[in-house]
Design a protein around this ligand. Structure first.
Ligand SMILES: Cc1ncc(C[n+]2csc(CCOP(=O)(O)OP(=O)(O)O)c2C)c(N)n1
Length: 562
């Protein structure tokens, strides 16, 4: 029996496990919306901007490990999705983006609301499709889901002309496993590089693991810890790797990067063997490439061969899936402890903890707020924006589980926080979700409070209200001689605004009220906004000045080179 392209799309979504679709309607996708009520298994969340729908799909995917999906109309709907798609691409998030387009006979005619969505989106996705026949939809969606979720995950885009939604075809879900010429999914690694790496690790005095997002994406957190424990190797995390090893594990030494812990950045600069696992070795994590620890032997385990030797020359690249490679490596290395090396890093930590400590003065600092949220809600999923508050959250909050921290790492997208938190809460309904927001970033997508209220998702929003685009202000202070240009930012009365959206709101202006406000927010069954009036001009330390190497980490403004 033939059914419409719209029905085929919705049947496909069910087959690939989509239960929540973040979307926004428009002319060319109306045939699809018309059929949504006939498919109640798919819950459509009406966002207020397509970018937010995309970030919600991203947050949903990160919080659940499942494929996230967003839908937009042609033209401006599709272009509004682009930031969210690139965000998912940079952080390898398994996501599916569906757009409608003008009818086939109008493609290329610059008709109303036509944009070359496949052309615009192609450089921002793992793969994309323009589906020109209803009969091709089923295989396309099977393939799209397969590509998005296998190997190194990422966003896939499917563009569908309006009349393809209307055209009828037989619905035939491909029963056989998807096979794509040239698309290979690495599994276990070749034994030679594993043996070579094991010999290097066994001979090392100061080995170090840098564990990235790939560990979490590859569900290999236990395998990471087993390997680290057997080889006695301390573990640093990238920003997106936080949560892959418990913060309080004896071998866990926190985050390295531009605002990493002092001892972490120095350990990375002085190790004799660096084992990078599932990370891109990007500039924010590794500092100036040319001067990243020139004497260390570098082992790089990644599922994407194009990451090997991309930024930092690698002695032993290992291609494979961490889930398989880590047990291979664990079996190959000798039991070890490296007690002296651990003591060296411990001493550094003892000597330098002050620059990253929560300020003890009476002022209301972001560090204090995020620390208290973390201590009051230890298992909460934390979704941040981008800026100072993001770095302070990464430094101060205690991450024990994979995807406990959801943050825009590669693209650094302000405005990610609230919509991604909506997605995370939709994916994990019974769990506590806090979003830590800058007053700048929050203003980029705050309209999503309407979505939050519609869906009655109990997300707790903590606004770090410092009246500045804080991270930019910090750079203007340190690198542009205090020349503050367009960084002081006005904002609405967030409490009144939340109230107008029907959301409970609390204002906090002093340190003493922080705990009570967090408790009140946690106890409230619905969404809550807490407007924390934090100190205006705090700076995030330690810091690797832009363009410097990790070994040049500084801990105060006095140390910043002129
Ligand atoms: C969409 C977008 N535009 C601009 C930037 C550049 N940027 C990085 S951090 C920052 C300031 C963020 O301010 P706020 O959200 O208030 O957070 P804070 O740094 O004060 O914690 C800006 C403008 C960005 N990351 N994303």
């Amino acid at each position: 029996m033939k059914i419409s392209g719209a029905d085929i799309v919705l049947e496909c979504l069910k087959r690939i496990g989509i239960d929540t679709l973040f979307g926004y309607p428009g002319g060319v996708v109306l045939p699809l919306y018309d059929r949504l009520p006939a498919h109640p298994e798919i819950h459509h969340v009406l966002v207020r901007h397509e970018q937010a729908g995309g970030h919600a799909a991203d947050g949903y995917a990160r919080a659940s490990g499942r494929l996230g999906a967003a839908l937009a109309t042609s033209g401006p709907g599709a272009t509004n999705l682009v930031t969210a798609i690139q965000n998912a691409m940079m952080d390898s998030v398994p996501t599916l983006f569906i757009t409608g387009n003008v009818s086939r006979n109008l493609l290329g005619k610059d008709g109303f609301q036509e944009a070359d969505a496949t052309g615009i989106i192609m450089p921002t996705v793992k793969h994309n499709y323009l589906v020109m026949r209803a009969e091709d939809l089923a295989y396309t969606f099977a393939e799209a889901a397969y590509i998005a979720t296998t190997g190194r995950p990422g966003p896939v885009h499917v563009d569908i002309p309006k009349d393809v939604f209307i055209e009828e075809a037989e619905f035939e879900w491909p029963e056989e496993e998807v096979w794509i010429r040239g698309y290979q999914i690495p599994g276990a690694a070749d034994p030679e590089p594993v043996a070579e790496a094991a010999a290097i690790i066994d001979a090392a005095d100061k080995p170090l693991i840098i564990a990235g997002h790939g560990i979490i994406l590859g569900s290999a957190c236990d395998e990471l810890v087993t390997f680290a424990e057997k080889a006695g190797v301390p573990v640093l995390n990238t920003l997106l790797g936080l949560g892959s090893i418990r913060y309080d594990h004896a071998l866990s030494y926190g985050m390295l990067c531009m605002h990493g812990a002092y001892e972490a950045n120095i350990a990375a600069s002085t190790a004799d063997v660096v084992i990078a696992i599932g990370n891109r070795m990007d500039d924010r994590a590794m500092g100036r490439f040319e001067d990243f620890n020139r004497t260390a032997k570098i082992i790089h385990i990644d599922i994407d061969a194009s990451e090997h030797n991309k930024n930092i020359p690698t002695h032993v690249p290992i291609l494979g899936d961490v889930k398989h490679v880590l047990p291979q490596l664990t079996a190959a290395v000798k039991q070890n402890t490296h007690a002296e090396w651990l003591r060296e890093i411990d001493t550094l930590r003892d000597e330098h903890f002050a620059s990253m400590a929560v300020p003890s003065g009476p002022e209301l600092s972001v560090q204090h707020v995020v620390k208290r949220i973390s201590e009051n809600s230890p298992d909460a999923v934390v979704v941040t924006g981008v800026g100072q508050h993001q770095m302070w959250a990464a430094q101060q909050m205690n991450f024990s589980h994979p995807y406990q921290l959801i943050t825009s790492g590669g693209l650094g997208t302000m405005g990610f926080e609230l919509p991604a938190a909506i997605g995370a809460q939709a994916a994990r309904p019974g769990e506590r979700v806090w979003t830590i927001c800058g007053d700048g970033g929050f203003q980029m997508t705050l309209q999503e409070m309407a979505t939050l209220n519609d869906e009655q998702l109990p997300v707790k929003m903590a606004i770090m209200n410092n009246g500045f685009l804080g991270m930019v202000r910090q750079w203007q202070e340190l690198f542009y001689k205090d020349n503050y240009v367009n960084v002081s930012i006005s904002q609405p009365d967030f409490v009144k605004l939340a109230d107008s959206y029907g959301i409970k709101a609390i204002r906090v202006t002093d340190k003493e009220s922080v705990d009570a406000a967090i408790k009140e927010a946690n106890d409230h069954p619905g969404p809550v906004l807490v407007d924390f009036h934090v100190e205006a001009e705090g700076n995030v330390w330690p810091m690797v000045p832009a363009g410097a190497s990790l070994s040049e980490t500084v801990e105060s403004a006095d140390e910043v080179p002129a």
